[in-house]
Design a protein around this ligand. Structure first.
Ligand code: OFO
Length: 170
């Protein structure tokens, strides 16, 4: 059964995903203004992915006869001291999102809501990748440095990232 509490919790997660998109787009805008267009691209692609996460949950609520309620999204931070700090913040944010999905999963299991539990499995798996990719970039910056040739090379690499919608894959 799809409880009102579960619908409320999923609507809250839509808000988290839209905030994630806001945060990463703000990081993108910051690095675009610093002429690091590759890092700006990486965060912009990440922001688009977050929008698809929000819409996956949005579609699921509607498909099961629930009502989507869009909640207010906070203004994100807009300045970062370094690329390393931004990716560390992104990693911390993803750890927070992982905890959100763990809680949602616990709730679905407590309520014996198997459809929601199975739906949430995709996100639980996705979070492994989300944390790993932010963590990998933090480590690369630590090795190559926050300035100079190393950062230029990393910027070039991150400029290659292309958005592929996980909505379109289904
Ligand atoms: Fe970055 O993760 Fe959404 O769900």
């Amino acid at each position: 059964m799809f409880s009102n509490n579960m619908i409320k919790a999923l609507n809250k997660q839509i808000q988290e995903e839209f905030f994630s998109a806001y945060l990463y787009q703000s990081m993108s805008a910051h690095f675009a203004s610093e002429n690091l267009s590759g890092i700006a691209n990486w965060f912009s692609v990440q922001a688009k992915e977050e929008m698809t996460h929000a819409f996956k949950i949005y579609d699921f609520i509607i498909e099961r006869g629930g009502k989507v309620k869009l909640l207010a999204v906070n203004e994100p931070q807009d300045l970062w001291d370094s690329a390393q700090k931004a990716f560390e913040d992104a990693l911390e944010h993803e750890k927070h999102i992982t905890r959100c999905f763990d809680k949602l999963m616990d709730q679905a299991m407590e309520e014996k809501d198997h459809a929601t539990r199975i739906f949430l499995e995709w996100f639980v798996t996705e979070q492994i990748e989300e944390e790993a990719s932010a963590s990998e970039i933090v480590e690369k910056i630590k090795m190559s440095g926050n300035h100079g040739h190393g950062l230029v090379m990393l910027d070039k690499e991150l400029g290659q990232r292309v958005f592929v919608s996980s909505l379109a894959q289904e």
